[in-house]
Design a protein around this ligand. Structure first.
Ligand code: FAD
Length: 299
């Protein structure tokens, strides 16, 4: 029986693993590989690093966790159940633990526009807090399939650049939103984009009409989905939109002993925040393990 099983080796899971490993707890970290942090090619807002790739954060984090005797296994978790202990199942194994930290992250929805991936994380960006700064004084296009993308265009103008074209993707814009964009001097195009033009540098976005709209960067808002299939059946409390998990100040979910960190919960989606939440969860779990030992439980 493990003290804690951590699901997902992104910044949230790795930071938790490092803390728990340094309490000499028995920790298993299960990770199926992939993950959103690896898409972040140049992270510039992480303390002590002017720029670091997400891949490097993960590689260093794994090495650090292993150095504290955390057992890392490359496996996908298929289901999670709880009676007295937690039971975590993969395709070929069953594990038991007193606590579980879920840090399996989210993934981006991508529109069927050609040539996105060579630019992802550099000039095709999906997060204002992460990469908005990189568009300062650039010519950009904002696209999205929801009304929230209009607010993003307005925020980008206030913070980073005046040269913005906005393209609603497969949804019709209310008149009021059109008026606000016009008042703000943001150009509106309602023809669907189909392709991104450029090799190393982004040059333009191509519309279905064949027209090219010149741009140096694209800010895209198509939302995310959660990597949480293995949580179905636990009936955990979610937010009012029935999307993200509600947790308390220690990142514990509505199920006792199950912690959820990173963008799966209702907090912000940032590397440093996922890592901070991993630390909070680990400290709390360690305290509870100490209390249980004092009370004679968990023997
Ligand atoms: C292009 C891009 C750029 C970004 N830039 C920045 C930036 O500059 N600064 C910043 O702070 N943030 C940035 N972010 C956001 C950042 O990537 C996230 O905040 C961060 O990844 C959250 O970490 P996490 O540990 O929750 O999840 P992740 O890094 O997504 O890790 C989750 C892990 O869980 C694993 N997993 C999922 N399901 C299972 C399962 N069933 N079983 C086992 N393992 C599983 C995955 O394989 C993955 O390894 C960026 C994101 C993107 C996409």
């Amino acid at each position: 029986v493990y003290d804690c099983i951590i699901i997902g080796a992104g910044p949230g899971g790795l930071q938790a693993a490092i803390y728990l490993g340094r309490y000499n707890r028995k920790v298993l970290l299960l990770d199926r590989s992939g993950g959103r942090t690896r898409h972040a090619r140049r992270i510039e807002n992480f303390l002590t690093h002017r720029a670091i790739s997400g891949q490097e954060i993960i590689d260093r984090g794994m090495e650090q966790a292993r150095s504290h005797n955390v057992l890392l296994e490359n496996k996908r978790v298929d289901s999670l159940q709880k009676d007295v202990l937690f039971t975590v199942m993969t395709a070929d194994s069953v594990y038991r633990s007193r606590y579980v930290i879920v840090s399996s992250g989210v993934y981006d929805n991508f529109p069927p526009i050609k040539n996105i991936f060579p630019f992802l994380g550099e000039s095709y960006i999906t997060c204002l807090d992460c990469d908005g700064y990189k568009t300062t004084d650039k010519r950009i296009v904002v696209i999205g399939d929801n009304l929230q993308s209009v607010n993003i265009a307005l925020a980008m103008k206030q913070l980073f650049t005046r040269d913005i074209t906005y393209i609603p993707y497969r949804f019709s814009l209310p008149d009021a939103a059109e008026e606000v964009l016009e008042d703000e001097g943001i150009q509106l195009i309602t023809v669907e984009p189909v392709n991104i033009i450029g090799n190393e540098k982004m040059e333009a976005i191509e519309l279905r009409s064949g027209e090219h709209v010149p741009c140096e960067a694209i800010m895209a808002s198509f939302g995310t989905k959660l990597n949480d299939e293995f949580l179905s059946g636990l009936n955990l409390k979610k937010d009012s939109g029935d999307f993200k998990y509600v947790v308390n100040a220690s990142c514990e979910s509505s199920l006792r002993g199950l912690y959820i960190v990173g963008p799966l919960n209702t907090g912000q989606d940032q590397v440093v925040i996922a890592a901070g939440e991993g630390a909070i969860a680990a400290i709390d779990i360690n305290k509870r393990l100490l209390e249980e030992k004092d009370a004679g439980e968990g023997e």
